[in-house]
Design a protein around this ligand. Structure first.
Ligand SMILES: [Mg+2]
Length: 273
């Protein structure tokens, strides 16, 4: 028996899908479950109804997870911070184009980051605060998800190919447990256009997952990882459960769970309560 998590309360659509796979409907507080013996192609339904459906992964023990690790930009938060910083140098479209291609996996991450950070040279550091205060928001359902994970004593790690200024502020303000990102080099209150220390790329993100598993003495099989870009694929690959959140096509293709339309709170639907 398979269970389809229908991340919506639209009972009519759920009934349609259920009829198509001779399923049985079970209403839950936040969503509807469809139990069926058949395997159906969820991609077609996602596109037809513009809503989220996933199989309940029977290989993953949601009650046994104690670590949730999320990418930051465009996953936990609504923006790509580097694009917004670039706006203050009037080069947002130029930078955003490189970001987009890097996240699609078309460009080498390190080179694309070095190039973009180089273009920010000379900007006053106060723009970082303006981006954080005026533009950065947690994505819909993110606060509910964070509170839920905390209520389950699940530790939360934030990892980003972006910058420590944002991961550290956000971790502090939201009470997250761990964070890792790139450190922007600053001299005389201005960005130097360089990064201090090693670049947090796809491999560094995966290493961070391994490190947090070791610190918490848990297996990677029990970890949930969420991301949206090509630089999240390595860490998603080693996690017990990977979530693609409003993600790039390559990421959607590899992820165990796909959320394309609704908010981050839909991740809570998989937990059995
Ligand atoms: Mg991202």
């Amino acid at each position: 028996m398979n269970t389809i998590i229908f991340h919506s309360q639209d009972i009519e659509i759920a009934r349609n899908i259920s009829r198509g796979c001779s399923g049985e409907i079970e209403s839950r507080k936040s969503h509807i479950r469809i139990h069926t013996n058949q395997l159906v192609d969820l991609t077609t339904y996602r596109e037809e109804y513009k809503l989220d459906l996933n199989y309940l992964p029977n290989y993953f023990d949601f009650s046994g997870t104690s670590l949730y690790i999320s990418d930051m930009d465009s996953t936990l938060i609504n923006i790509e911070c580097i694009d917004e910083i670039a706006d203050f140098a009037n080069i947002k479209s130029q930078i955003a184009d490189i970001t987009e291609r890097a996240m699609d996996g078309e460009l080498n991450f390190d080179l694309a980051l070095i190039e973009r950070v180089g273009l920010l040279e000379g900007l006053n550091v106060e723009v970082l605060e303006r981006v954080y205060k005026d533009r950065l928001q947690i994505n819909p359902g993110g606060k509910e998800l964070i509170n839920f994970l905390k209520s389950k004593s699940i530790k939360i790690g934030l990892v980003s190919g972006g910058f420590t200024y944002f991961t550290e502020q956000l971790s502090k303000d939201s009470g997250l447990d761990y964070s890792l990102a790139n450190t922007l080099s600053i001299k005389d209150e201005k960005l130097t256009g360089k990064i201090n220390g090693p670049i947090v790329n796809a491999t560094a993100k995966a290493d961070f997952v391994l490190e947090l598993c070791e610190i918490n003495s848990v297996s990677t099989d029990s970890v949930i990882v969420a991301g949206d870009g090509a630089n999240d694929l390595e860490m998603m690959d080693i996690a017990g459960l990977s979530v693609a959140y409003h993600a790039k096509p390559k990421v959607i293709k590899q992820a165990n769970v796909v959320i394309n339309y609704a908010g981050l709170d839909k991740i809570m639907d998989f937990f059995d309560d």
